[in-house]
Design a protein around this ligand. Structure first.
Ligand code: SIN
Ligand code: CO
Length: 395
């Protein structure tokens, strides 16, 4: 559980409550040494290695003589060899790898430090690498982000401009004009929080022969239109499952002779309108929708089922080792309803603390089972099913 009264080093000794009230979605915050001694979680070569893997989303952004180019991974190793080793102001590049937290167990610990923001708002951890001068140019994002500096340095230019017009025909979002209002040089362990729609420009600065790597902890915010479309789709599925089906059949015992047989009468429109008014929803439907939708994996995510083991062996291992959510799993809850990767289950009062612990901390430790021996049958069944589906793993 989060305590809101304690100053957090990662927020420059602000409490989570102060940060949320004064900065979140409002104004930028520079935090020197947010994570002292942080130099990153992986090397440039390891990041490039990830960018060569099929299931990893990555981009190389190249700037050459006033023109921007974006290529999407997976990349072959030769691609990196062809990029300029000694970049100049006129020719530089950056590699960006999305959802590094799905591939790197160490990232789970890093993301836990951002638990003062609900998991439902977290998008992913993106890691970028750029040699001196590289970056993605002046732009704005639609989402909140914490930009944590790993190895090397990055010069962040901030603007207060309201003109957010973009360069036409560029393959990525580049601001037509950029006016620097302030600039900050971030070193390893420094962090910058940016609210949505704030114009910024990060330029990699090599520290001796150590190139710049930046860790972006990004938060997603669904568009209203997306929420509406997805909700209507969800309700249609509920409807098809008959839980809120409308009884009856269209009736017109009061039919009168029409002048034009081809005309759809006002009377028919009114009757159908009355029928459709019966389609209603309440907060229970919205809650079920949110739990399902916000925990659903992105289309590119695939879960590998675990090798089948007996329930008995599973239970023994569970008690000996504890268990963790797969790095790609998203688990949320609303009261006693738990949502894991778009699937839902309801737990009892007795199992509630354990389920909450798994969702909040992404793992259950052996001591979490001390007061639960023998294991609650329903809890064991559920964990076993999730394990077989590949949603949980033994660390
Ligand atoms: C980066 O290049 O690492 C960060 C990109 C951004 O400004 O959002
Ligand atoms: Co940005």
């Amino acid at each position: 559980m989060m305590k809101h009264k304690r100053p957090l080093a990662i927020l420059g000794d602000l409490t989570a409550k102060e940060f949320l009230a004064d900065y979140w979605q409002k104004k930028p915050l520079l935090i020197k040494q947010a994570i002292p001694n942080f130099t990153g979680l992986l090397s440039p070569d390891e990041l490039a290695g990830l960018a060569c893997e099929d299931e990893v989303q990555s981009r190389i952004v190249e700037y050459k003589k006033g023109k921007w180019d974006v290529r999407h991974g997976p990349f072959d190793e030769e691609v990196f060899a062809k990029l300029p080793e000694k970049p100049t102001e006129q020719h530089n590049w950056t590699l960006l790898v999305q959802s590094v937290n799905h591939h790197l167990p160490e990232a789970t610990y890093l993301l836990k430090q951002f638990n003062f923001i609900p998991h439902a708002r977290l998008d992913d951890l993106m890691v970028s690498y750029a040699p001196d001068g590289g970056g993605v140019g002046p732009h704005f994002d639609s989402y909140d982000v914490f930009l944590l500096q790993g190895q090397g340095k990055r010069l962040w230019r901030m603007s207060e401009q309201t003109d957010l017009s973009l360069v036409e025909d560029a393959p990525l979002r580049i601001l037509k004009h950029f006016e620097t209002a302030q600039e900050w040089l971030l070193e390893a362990g420094d962090m910058l929080y940016l609210p949505p729609h704030l114009a910024h420009w990060g330029i990699a600065v090599a520290d001796g022969n150590v190139d710049c790597m930046t860790y972006s902890i990004g938060f997603r915010a669904p568009k209203n239109q997306e929420l509406a479309t997805e909700f209507l789709g969800f309700m249609q599925d509920q409807f098809n499952q008959d839980s809120i089906s409308l009884a009856g059949i269209y009736q017109d015992a009061d039919l009168t002779l029409q002048t034009h047989p081809a005309e759809v009468s006002q009377s028919m429109i009114s009757k159908v309108s009355d029928i459709l008014q019966k389609i209603q929803w309440d907060e229970k439907d919205v809650a079920a929708f949110l739990g399902t939708y916000l925990s659903e994996p992105k289309a590119t995510i695939v879960f590998e089922p675990n090798k089948k083991i007996s329930k008995k062996i599973f239970e023994d291992k569970l008690k000996k080792q504890g268990i963790a959510l797969d790095l790609k799993s998203q688990m949320l809850f609303i009261s006693h309803a738990f949502y894991l990767n778009g699937e839902s289950c309801t737990c009892t009062d007795e199992s509630l603390p354990l389920f909450q612990q798994l969702a909040d901390n992404r793992k259950l430790n052996t001591q979490d089972f001390v007061n639960n021996t023998p294991l609650n049958i329903a809890l064991l069944e559920q964990l076993y099913a999730w394990y077989l589906a590949g949603y949980l793993y033994f660390e």
